[in-house]
Write a protein that binds this ligand. Structure first.
Ligand SMILES: NC(=O)c1ccc[n+]([C@@H]2O[C@H](COP(=O)([O-])OP(=O)(O)OC[C@H]3O[C@@H](n4cnc5c(N)ncnc54)[C@H](O)[C@@H]3O)[C@@H](O)[C@H]2O)c1
Length: 342
């Protein structure tokens, strides 16, 4: 089987490569990735070394219709991760988010329409729902009320993908996952950022009161859900599935736990002005996925957080290279992340 994965030099995509190539020893995989500030060459090199002859890297944009068409022609399974995924940066300038997340997805959908594909799995996000309802987590049937330009661009992607099922009967499945954490997440994201700041005795910045809630899932559990969706029956086509664990934690709680684990003072928790349009609570109901495919998360929050912390402690060469690449590629990196000067 030939599988095309977009954006696999990034966080979740790289774990998904490991997941599927380990589980399917006869599969060959192509990773299409532009290597933006969130995609790392050293991550791709590690995958190449781990799966010699079975992992191929193509450096290109998902907006490049010619390259995408050539790849789709020879890969019947496609998993679409490639995205601009940084909420803070989408608030500074949303243009790249619209280009990649909406127009890039359109390029991919058009290529899929021209060729005989088996399935396209579009990795959307729970951020498309905006604030979860006060009394319950978000359901797949809830309205999409995205609160950031990032989330709005993902909602555009998500709905465009659905329209290609309705209009062209394209075998497309969508997932809306909660917040992921685990090894190899880029240092601008909350958990790695808190870990690296705590390791360097730097303040952990809490937006506003630090009490905004997210539903947290270990990246490996997300990969298992995605594989189940990719391999599931034809009846999944056109459907959308939430993926989450109902482990709801605030940034303040997470920062506190990491500081405790590292024996650092809680006084390192420091509030900063709130993010514009900051969502109070993201949380999803994943009953549909559980009941349809029997998926269950396997990694507890406690062990997942501890092992993530240990991974960052053990892999300074990975995050140092990532920080260097990001400082070169993100305009105004020091302004958006004023705490990184260790
Ligand atoms: N991280 C989360 O908590 C989370 C939760 C739910 C859904 N998602 C979705 O999962 C997907 C992966 O998330 P992630 O956290 O791994 O993101 P990431 O930012 O770590 O990785 C994104 C990857 O896409 C690549 N990319 C960006 N623009 C591209 C383009 N135009 N062409 C080709 N490649 C491009 C980047 O180089 C990078 O390797 C995204 O679509 C995101 O919206 C993420």
């Amino acid at each position: 089987m030939q599988i095309l994965v977009t954006g696999a030099a990034g966080f979740i995509g790289s774990h998904f490569v490991e997941w599927v190539l380990t589980k399917h020893p006869d599969w060959q995989l192509t990773n299409l990735d532009l290597l933006t500030y969130a995609g790392f060459e050293h991550t791709s090199r590690e995958l190449e070394a781990a799966y010699p002859g079975r992992y191929r890297f193509v450096k290109a944009s998902v907006c490049d219709a010619e390259v995408v068409d050539q790849l789709v022609a020879t890969h019947p399974l496609i998993v679409h991760f490639a995205a601009e995924s940084n909420v803070d940066l989408s608030i500074v300038d949303g243009q790249a988010f619209l280009n990649t997340n909406v127009l890039g997805t359109h390029v991919l959908l058009e290529a899929c329409r021209r060729h005989e594909i088996q399935r396209l799995l579009v990795v959307s996000t729970d951020e498309v729902y905006g604030n979860a309802w006060q009394d319950r987590p978000s359901l797949e049937t809830d309205p999409l009320l995205p609160c950031s330009p990032y989330a709005a661009s993902k909602a555009g992607q998500d709905l465009l993908a659905f329209s290609y099922y309705e209009t062209f009967k394209l075998p497309v499945v969508r997932s809306r996952c909660a917040n992921n954490y685990g090894p190899r997440q880029d240092p601008t994201k909350l958990i790695p950022r808190f870990i690296l700041h705590a390791l360097h005795d730097q303040p952990l910045p809490l937006y506003g009161s630090g009490t905004n809630i997210r539903d947290w899932i270990h990246v490996t559990d997300h990969c298992a859900a995605l594989e189940a969706l990719l391999m599931g029956p034809d009846s999944l086509n056109g459907e959308v599935f939430n993926v989450g664990t109902s482990v709801e934690k605030s940034a303040r709680e997470i920062g506190g736990l990491l500081l405790q684990a590292l024996n650092k003072p809680q006084s390192l928790l420091q509030t900063v002005p709130d993010r514009l349009g900051h969502v109070r609570r993201h949380a999803v109901n994943s009953d549909k996925l559980r009941q349809t495919l029997g998926w269950e998360a396997q990694i507890s929050w406690e062990s997942g957080l501890q092992s993530t912390l240990e991974w960052y402690q053990a892999h300074p060469e990975w995050w140092q290279a990532a920080i260097q690449a990001q400082a070169e590629r993100i305009p105004g990196y020091d302004k958006v992340y004023p705490f990184r000067n260790w």
